[in-house]
Design a protein around this ligand. Structure first.
Ligand code: 1CP
Length: 354
């Protein structure tokens, strides 16, 4: 495996603002979208959600999932739609039991060895995920010429945390005990996730995804050598394989919590852009990351809940500090359910009009 030390030159030519920035162009008004832009802060989402049997049912009904994907765009006119699905459809398609319980979040039957999963069956895997591919198709068909479609997946480490812990975790004790105590055994799970995630993303591209985002939401909980092995290396390998397939689809990697390892990650992972989490100082990022590749981020989602002058100040600072290079505006993590819609409207007004 040859690590790409530098971001490759793009061979695609996009006229959509998001694609232009991903090619390295700086736009006076950065394009924007919001992580988790579809979801419970929208009344129209809550209404559709109540009609689905459960959350996975919503993800696997292309008519509903496509509608939910488009809802935030109708209100706010983002520069991108992001496929409505979840990172946990991968463990589900690998045969693990996955449920989303009301008020509790995801619950999985935890695994402690890769042998707890059935042998990878490519055909079954794609069959289970085919409704997601159909959603990608439908959304792409209904977007205008300015709006890009982002497909996504969780990165192996982050998806593995849910598979091993059985859900959300506070200390990641189970998965770290495994990863630190038996790294070669644990790597088998990571490799399975590299293979299956690459296939999943490759199918999303075949069905019309124009950009891919890899969410490594729990990248920040590992010590340095294990960050390199289980965060940097798997992201790099997925990106390398996808770039072998096509150089026309740019990839955004989001190693949330990577801290001072952000620049190394940006240099070595091969992604076309890097998502900054809320804690990354933007002046530092302008020097240390934006000179390597375009950056995306990073307003604190809770600043969007607080709103008012505080939000405007934070927003101005981010826009100012990242204005000398290619920047995609986003939050530093997903939007939260209690976000007032008027605050999002105000944010969009400032982004569009200054
Ligand atoms: O009841 C509901 O409506 C469920 C809430 C919900 C939603 C709206 C979940 C459960 N997933 C989603 C959709 C989702 N998840 C999207 C849709 C596209 C969008 O509009 O952005 C995306 C991109 C995700 C990705 C996702 N799921 C991540 C990575 C991003 C992040 O926020 O860090 C993670 C960690 C998940 C797991 C997950 N799924 C759902 C919840 C509540 C969680 C997080 C649990 C936790 O905090 O550990």
């Amino acid at each position: 495996m040859t690590p790409s030390k530098q971001t490759e030159k793009q061979t695609f030519s996009g006229t959509k603002p998001l694609l232009r920035v991903l090619q390295g162009e700086r736009l006076a008004r950065p394009p924007f979208w919001l992580m988790r832009q579809a979801g419970r802060y929208l009344p129209e989402y809550r209404e559709l959600r109540s009609k689905a049997r459960d959350f996975l049912d919503l993800c696997f009904r292309p008519d509903m999932a496509a509608e939910v994907t488009l809802q935030p765009l109708r209100r706010f006119g983002m520069d991108a739609a992001i496929l409505f699905s979840d990172i946990l459809v991968i463990p589900y398609a690998l045969g693990q039991k996955v449920e989303f319980q009301e008020g509790r979040g995801p619950v999985l039957e935890p695994i402690s060895s890769v042998d707890d999963l059935a042998v990878f069956d490519e055909e079954k895997f794609h069959q289970k995920l085919s409704p997601v591919y159909e959603t990608v198709n439908r959304v792409r068909e209904s977007l205008d010429e300015k709006t890009a479609l982002i497909g996504f997946a969780g990165s192996p480490w982050t998806v593995a945390t849910y598979m091993v812990e059985g859900g959300t975790s506070r200390d990641f004790a189970k998965i770290k005990t495994w990863a630190y105590g038996d790294p070669d055994g644990f790597e088998k799970l990571i490799n399975l996730l590299v293979d299956s995630t690459t296939q999943y993303l490759s199918a999303q591209i075949d069905h019309g995804a124009e950009v891919i985002q890899l969410f490594d939401s729990w990248a920040g909980v590992l010590s340095e050598p294990f960050f390199r092995r289980f965060v940097l290396a798997p992201n790099r390998e997925i990106i390398r394989r996808l770039r072998q397939k096509t150089t026309a689809v740019p990839i955004i990697a989001f190693p949330r919590g990577a801290g001072t390892l952000y620049p190394e990650f940006a240099r070595e992972c091969g992604a076309q852009a890097i998502g900054l989490d809320t804690t990354v100082p933007t002046l530092w990022a302008a020097e240390e990351i934006q000179k390597i590749c375009p950056v995306q981020g990073n307003l604190d989602p809770i600043a969007l809940v607080a709103g008012g002058d505080m939000m405007r100040r934070e927003l101005d600072e981010i826009l100012q500090n990242l204005s000398n290079g290619p920047h995609i505006f986003n939050l530093g993590h997903g939007i939260v359910p209690q976000t007032p819609i008027e605050h999002v409207e105000e944010l969009v007004r400032i982004l569009r009009e200054g």
